[in-house]
Design a protein around this ligand. Structure first.
Ligand SMILES: Cc1cc2nc3c(=O)[nH]c(=O)nc-3n(C[C@H](O)[C@H](O)[C@H](O)COP(=O)(O)OP(=O)(O)OC[C@H]3O[C@@H](n4cnc5c(N)ncnc54)[C@H](O)[C@@H]3O)c2cc1C
Ligand code: SF4
Ligand code: SF4
Length: 1022
């Protein structure tokens, strides 16, 4: 029985004995460090934890993570491991970590190539190939080759975070595989490092050359000898065994390693799909495909998913490039997601007929006429079936030829796994039999039986996939913290393995084997499985490279990994249920890695983008919080409630150098910008700022806060006090000495200056009203209903009111021009900064005070408008978790209100046409929480016939006070450089909706000025 404690314990290494790095690994890492390994060696507990999971149900803590910078460093690491003392050391390579079956998990050392092996080295447009390092993300590779008119055609849903190395090693493929094939179909050459440190170069060579190579003494020669013995000598058995599927058997591809017709041997085919069990690939030369100039998508709608499956073969025969399917469960989840507003117009409901499945039929061609013919003929067939054969279940279709809309539909399809993760309840969709492949003509029958297996166990599931290739993605919902469901996973796995065999298919049609490798001997059969083992033995005789995956080396007693391996649920279930529920978003993270999005112009996740450190991502932070909660439970500490005792500075200790896991969690939280992209963009809404604030509250109950936190906590009342004498305050805070003090003692640089004249003065000069809620009630009581209709109440926030009063004035100006009476509501605070720093008690006080005021005003039924997105969103979002009274108010952002009132009043105001083009950059919090914000501004400007271009940007790097903190300067500047600088420094007028963003522009692009759209309108209206 664990004793319950009220203070956050320390989690020093000695208390975490079971997670200690084994002594042989410690000695090896020390030796590697001494040898000046060129790369990062991470033996920290947090660093190991983030490599302990992928998108699978498994969890395996590695001993350490190595991030080599160069091929030489990798060779050095392997050569050292050849020494007798280190012969027991094992390794597994890792790329994006998006494997669905634990492919990159190991109890040894993870070698992560995604951090430094991320260069595109050479592009040859004439011969249509690219040479790149193996850690390059697939979409990043496509960005590099796109200007030459090419793309790397094997597709996968994780294309914005999966690496080329990972793709090669799982032989990835996806949509369009009938035409584009798998990754292995596009490999021209590979460079790999073998376990003894030798470098292996692979490319197709003649049989004769292979035989010559096989005569040598090197490891390469031994490899060729075995390849010839297996792939050539056993050719008949291989051809007899392999099913004639588009998704041929992966790892090791005995069949395609030898091209009998052309008498070629290609070792790349052997490495492709080998899941890091043979060698580590450092470089690849890949062939490229011309980007099709014409693309049309026909979305066919069905009243039943089974109808969609049965119809698929006919669609393939319509000479489509690909046919993708989605069932009603996924469709319904998409409807409730932020993504739906992008696709709704392409998937309109059919009157009185529920849409319970769709097939997305894509046609691509170089010549437009080719597509037109095919599409016309398919449409004709569909019309005929809809009119004459209702029993086929087709209820309608829509044709989409617009590139952006097609992209959006595929984005929805790519998000399907994540969407399923948002399923309510303790059971969540999990991957373990999620990529079965059967010959497409058997798919509908196979799925009927598959469904029967799941229905017998009364499980929920969503289905989608590539029906053209017979691949269906099915993730049954299980509660992996429940041992009974863990047993069910084993039972269903066995049944599905048998079912795929019955239909002549594969259990691993797309994602590789990983922990499912235990089924490999049966699938390959004794004879061929032994050949696999012999190949493994020549590359890795001591079973040290990703051991237990795919097969064990011939002649050893090593065993395969099993579906019964330790799962994440084993650790999660150690956290009491009420604590799990209290920190649900962190528990819900399913590791799909969407938050590792490489694209600098996307909002998710700035701290990961700037650092390349996965601890500093939503997944990383969720992982660390889960482990923190588990350790808490182990020590009898309950973090589901806030600290009961009052914080006392004398009780708190600094402890900065103590070895305590709490510090590792804190370090991960410190680099979070609290931008909240994860709260809306993550498919399961892993809201990091919410649990970060709770962690910080507990952490600082134990460890003393830095002085800057006290400043932030008081920033609203300080600003409001100083704003009474802004000139004096600015002089006091911005002279050389006080700047030095602020930087040195409080860790803040270039804090903004208070507005002069103040908002109060400006408002008075304009003779607009300014009042508190009681005065407002009294005032409204004196008005006629027509007068009331012309009132707009301005809800103040600390940023614009005190530091950018001209923006609030601009709103007043525009509102007055439109015939409204703007009334400034007394400043009551906001509390966002208190929340960010984890002052949750103070935040609760502020929130309740402000909510009381807003609830009071809301009874008057007047529109309330706020000007800063992040603080307005806070009123509706963060407030919910702390309010003791109901949230009855609605504060709108200015564009939402304007769009509502403008159509009937736009004639009253003329706006001058700009001399330069206008572009709009939205605040990242607004962009993710209110994805329509930018288009609303475009609509507003369009009412005056003024074009407003939208620029895609990620976070600007400021995010409230984050960018002002001295220790965040590097991250903040990097983020600005990544996504903002090049857009701001164009010859255009930049409009930016965020206060933080405008401050960041002022700081980093001093020759430019970003205005809020309201400021521009107010300055140009007549
Ligand atoms: C939501 C979701 C959707 C998915 N959809 C698809 C899909 O449509 N199609 C598809 O094919 N897959 C899909 N997958 C699976 C996964 O994304 C792919 O297997 C992908 O190729 C893995 O790439 P990665 O960089 O994340 O590799 P990792 O997961 O890091 O590693 C995968 C394997 O490759 C090995 N490896 C990685 N890099 C190297 C290297 N340089 N040298 C040697 N071995 C290496 C690892 O040891 C491991 O065995 C999906 C996964 C998720 C989570
Ligand atoms: S935080 Fe969200 S996006 Fe990131 S891995 Fe977890 S579930 Fe996926
Ligand atoms: S709030 Fe922003 S920076 Fe923090 S984890 Fe979420 S996405 Fe990353």
């Amino acid at each position: 029985m664990v004793q319950v404690v009220n203070e956050l314990p320390s989690y020093a290494a000695y208390e975490r004995r079971q997670q200690r790095i084994q002594s042989v690994y410690q000695a090896y890492l020390l030796e590697l460090e001494r040898a000046q390994f060129d790369g990062d060696i991470d033996g920290s507990y947090s660093g190991r934890l983030i490599a302990a999971t992928d998108n699978s149900v498994y969890q395996q803590l590695p001993q350490a993570v190595l991030y080599p910078r160069t091929q030489a460093a990798l060779q050095q690491a392997f050569q050292l491991a050849q020494q007798a003392a280190f012969r027991s050391i094992q390794f597994a390579p890792r790329g994006g970590g998006t494997g669905t079956n634990g492919q990159s998990l190991t109890a040894g050392i993870v070698i992560d190539l995604s951090r430094y092996f991320n260069q595109v080295l050479e592009i040859d447009p004439e011969r249509a190939w690219v040479r790149c390092q193996s850690g390059v993300v697939k979409d990043a590779l496509n960005d590099a080759v796109r200007p030459h008119g090419f793309f790397f055609s094997p597709d996968l849903s994780t294309s914005n975070r999966a690496t080329i190395g990972g793709m090669i090693n799982t032989d990835a493929s996806g949509q369009g595989s009938l035409v584009y094939g798998k990754t292995s179909d596009h490999i021209l050459e590979l460079r790999a490092v073998l376990l003894n440190g030798e470098v292996l170069h692979t490319a197709p060579i003649s049989l004769q050359q292979a035989q010559e190579k096989a005569r040598g003494e090197t490891l390469e020669a031994a490899i060729y000898r075995q390849v010839l013995a297996t792939c050539v000598d056993k050719r008949a058995a291989i051809c007899a065994k392999f099913p004639p599927l588009n998704r041929f058997l992966t790892g090791y591809d005995l069949k395609h390693c030898y091209d009998e017709d052309r008498q070629l041997i290609d070792l790349s085919r052997l490495l492709a799909g080998s899941e890091g069990t043979l060698a580590i690939i450092v470089e690849a030369k890949l062939n490229l495909t011309l980007i099709p100039q014409h693309k049309v998508l026909v979305n066919v709608k069905y009243d039943d998913f089974q109808s969609a499956l049965r119809h698929a073969p006919a669609l393939v025969q319509a000479r489509a490039t690909s046919v993708e399917t989605i069932d009603s469960n996924v469709l319904d989840l998409a409807r409730n997601d932020i993504i739906w507003h992008q696709v709704a117009s392409q998937l309109e409901d059919v009157a009185d007929k529920p849409m319970r499945g769709i097939n997305m039929v894509e046609f691509t061609a170089v010549a437009k006429a080719d597509i037109d013919d095919k599409v016309a003929s398919l449409c004709q067939q569909l019309e005929h079936l809809i009119a004459n054969q209702p029993e086929q279940g087709i209820i309608g279709y829509q044709v989409c030829a617009d590139g952006k809309s097609i992209q959006n539909i595929y984005a929805m399809r790519k998000k399907a796994v994540g969407l399923l993760g948002a399923t309510k309840g303790r059971r969540k969709p999990v991957a373990f039999a999620e990529d079965t492949a059967v010959p497409p003509e058997h798919l509908a029958d196979f799925i009927l039986e598959f469904r029967a297996i799941l229905d017998r166990e009364q499980l929920h599931y969503g289905m989608f996939g590539h029906v053209d290739a017979g691949v269906l993605h099915v993730r049954p919902a299980l509660d992996m913290t429940n041992p009974d469901d863990e047993q069910l996973l084993r039972k269903i796995s066995d049944q599905v393995a048998a079912l795929t065999a019955k239909y002549g298919g594969l259990m691993w049609g797309e994602h590789g084997k990983g922990y499912r490798s235990e089924y490999a001997p049966k699938f390959f059969g004794d004879e061929l499985y032994q050949e696999l083992q012999k190949l493994k033995a020549v590359f890795d005789p001591d079973n040290r490279l990703n051991p237990g995956k795919i097969c064990t080396p011939w002649g050893t007693s090593a065993s395969l990994v099993s579906v019964d391996a330790t799962k994440r649920g084993f650790y999660d279930r150690q956290i009491p249920i009420h604590v799990q529920e209290s920190y649900q978003p962190a528990l819900n993270c399913n590791g799909n890695g969407l938050c590792f999005n490489y694209d600098a112009d996307s909002a998710m996740c700035p701290s990961f983008k700037a650092t390349g450190d996965r601890r500093f991502s939503p997944k990383g932070r969720a992982t660390l919080i889960r482990e923190w909660l588990r350790l808490n439970a182990e020590h009898g500490f309950d973090a589901s409630q806030p600290p009961a005792a009052k914080w006392h500075p004398m009780k708190a200790v600094t402890g900065a150098f103590a070895d305590d896991f709490n510090h590792e969690v804190k370090a991960a939280m410190d680099s979070c910008l609290a931008c909240k992209a994860c709260a809306s963009q993550c498919p399961v809404k892993v809201d990091v700022p919410a649990f970060r604030a709770r962690f910080l509250e507990w952490y600082h109950h134990k460890y003393r806060r830095p002085a800057k936190d006290f400043l932030v906590k008081q920033v609203e009342s300080l600003a409001s006090g100083l704003a009474r004498a802004p000139r004096l305050a600015n002089w006091l805070t911005h002279n050389g000495f006080s700047r030095w003090v602020t930087k040195r003692w409080f860790g803040y640089v270039d804090a903004p200056k208070l507005s002069v004249p103040t908002l109060h003065k400006r408002w008075q000069q304009q003779q607009w009203l300014s009042m508190d809620e009681q005065q407002l009630t009294a005032h409204v009581a004196t008005l006629t209903s027509a007068q009331r209709d012309n009132i707009v109440v301005v809800v103040q926030d600390p940023f614009t009111s005190f530091y950018e009063a001209e923006l609030v004035e601009a709103f007043g100006t525009l509102a007055s021009h439109l015939g409204f009476q703007p009334i400034l509501l007394r400043f009551a605070g906001n509390g966002k900064a208190q929340h960010v720093k984890g002052y949750l008690k103070d935040f609760a006080k502020t929130a309740n005070r402000v909510a009381k005021q807003l609830n009071h005003v809301s009874q008057l039924q007047l529109p309330m408008v706020g000007l800063d997105a992040s603080t307005v969103l806070c009123l509706h979002d963060e407030y919910r978790s702390v309010l003791t009274e109901p949230l009855n108010y609605q504060v709108q952002l200015s564009q939402t209100w304007l769009l509502d009132v403008l159509p009937s009043r736009v004639e009253r105001v003329a706006v001058a046409t700009p001399n330069l083009d206008l572009q709009l950059l939205t605040h990242c919090t607004e962009q993710t929480a209110m994805p329509k914000a930018a288009s609303e501004w475009q609509q507003i400007f369009a009412l005056w016939q003024i074009p407003l271009a939208m620029a895609n940007t990620g976070c600007c790097g400021m995010a409230g006070t984050f960018g002002h903190e001295s220790n965040n300067q590097a991250i903040s500047t990097k983020l600005y450089d990544l996504s903002w600088r090049n857009k701001v420094e164009r010859e255009v007028v930049t409009l930016a909706t965020g206060f933080s963003c405008r401050s960041q522009v002022e700081r980093h692009s001093p020759s430019k000025r970003a205005l809020h759209p309201l400021q521009w309108l107010a300055a140009n209206c007549r």
